[in-house]
Design a protein around this ligand. Sequence first.
Ligand code: HGY
Ligand code: MN
Ligand code: MN
Length: 400
Amino acid sequence: MSLWERLQALARIGAAPDGQGLVRWPFTPAEAEAVAQVRAWMEADGLRTRRDGAGNLFGRREGTDPAAAAVLVGSHLDTVRGGGSYDGALGVLGAMEAVAGLPALRRPVEVVAFTNEEGNRYPALLGSRALTGALLPDELDRRDPDGMPLREAMAAAGLDPAALAGCAAQPGRYAAYLELHIEQGPVLEASGTPAGIVERIAGLRMGTATLLGRADHAGTTPMDRRADALHAAAGALSAAYAAADGLGRPAVLTCGRLTLRPGSPNVVPAAVELTLDMRDAEVGRLDRLAEAAHAAFAAAAEAHGVKLRWEMRPGTPPTPMDPGLCDILEAAARDLGLPCLRMTSGAGHDAMAVARIMPAAMVFVPCRGGRSHTPDEYASPEACANGAALLREAVRRCAS
Ligand code: HGY
Ligand code: MN
Ligand code: MN
């Protein structure tokens, strides 16, 4: 099966019933089906497969020097709710395509499909943070939007939650990490450039803000006698968005999920829980944005007489990619006659977590309109093939 055929086949796993894209959340039957399919393809390609305690899938190809540290190459199989067919999937299937065409090499090569890269169900980069020993003490207690703790979701998926903490890679197991990904932005398409080399990945801070007010009758409670959680949230959000606007690009702030209680049309909202996703390429700016957002929510809570619960995760700082690997990617692109651009990634990736313990770098290919995290996400067969070819040449150089 060609890379393109595999991408289209994988895109049928986890397709949302309403035709609104993919929902391949971690530790769900859809992810299990995707992992089983990719594992079968890995084995058909002659890779030796295993799953670790976090649910990450690995396919290994031995090298001529069994003692040599391996080159790790891959991405993630989970998607956002309403996601596209290429985010993550191209990095896993493209890695398999790249490895399949390699001659015998000194280093072993491992293809990896990380779980839970997207922070839709549980805190982001869970699989790659488990491999790199960057888990937080409360991970297993973290709840998904339906209130299910990670430990229960893992057990329901046939994984042992107690094994999560034991997934950290042995020091020296890996020599380098390479990830192929669609750009999820407009730069490559707009400039007509077939490949991007990521020099830095923007930092991100994510978490939830909960405003706790009081339910009251919508008709009889005067506006100045309310503790209206949504009225407070509305003011807080507009001030937080204004802080991101004031900082200017590449600062971004997104509220992607908002739930309120009790949710009755004629009841003043008692509680609002909302997510915040904040990013910037500079750590100082990202801190300023997070502080401004926190101040906006605290001020709005005060003004409306509601309580604020501010729960921001530590997040991931702006992450530089390895300069040596970037040079190898650039040399490989030149040898392949592929014009390339060096760039910053506004999107987060497993490479941010992996870069903590080994040299890491990323290859981007253009996607239509620069759009992603939408059913409209699309990368052409040529872009996918270019990415896999560049990845193959870079892996060959790193593993020689
Ligand atoms: O949200 C992101 O940047 C990535 O797609 N997980
Ligand atoms: Mn994504
Ligand atoms: Mn991704």
